[in-house]
Design a protein around this ligand. Structure first.
Ligand SMILES: [Zn+2]
Length: 149
């Protein structure tokens, strides 16, 4: 005598560290807004950094003592402009990835990145596991960065 085994209900709960791709797509409008808001914050900063840099370059140096001061601040504004530029590129890339529907997919393991992680860091390109693994391998590559016991 045979009995049919009851079919198991399919588990639908999502794991806390990974989102499903459908869930990710549902959040695209939200992430798109976050990225655009970030871009709107960065662009005025970038224009300001550029204006400061131009001012530094345009201002003709007085005596020798002024040159070192000028170099230092030009350097500072240049670094500021570069940091900003990097983030602007990352945000623009995020918006492009939304268009291509590849946004929120981990570059390394190709699993969807957790929604909460993307909310905190909309330019994240690695899931938390791959990010942690990458940081661990950096620590191995630079043992000096680790606190000694
Ligand atoms: Zn990953």
């Amino acid at each position: 005598m045979s009995s049919l085994r009851a079919t198991q209900p399919r588990a639908t709960q999502s794991s806390p560290t990974h989102s499903s791709e459908e869930e990710l797509l549902d959040h695209y409008p939200e992430f798109s807004r976050l990225l655009i808001a970030r871009l709107n914050q960065l662009i005025p900063l970038q224009n300001q950094a550029r204006a400061n840099l131009d001012e530094q370059v345009m201002t003709s140096p007085g005596d020798d003592a002024d040159i070192s001061v000028m170099d230092t601040s030009a350097d500072y504004f240049l670094r500021l402009a570069n940091d900003n530029q990097q983030e602007i590129l990352a945000v623009r890339e995020g918006l492009e990835r939304i268009q291509k529907k590849t946004y929120g997919i981990c570059d390394s393991c190709e699993n969807p990145i957790a929604i909460e992680r993307l909310r905190r860091l909309p330019t994240a390109r690695l899931c938390i596991e791959c990010q942690t693994a990458a940081e661990r391998s950096t620590a191995v590559a630079f043992p000096g960065a680790r606190p000694k016991l």
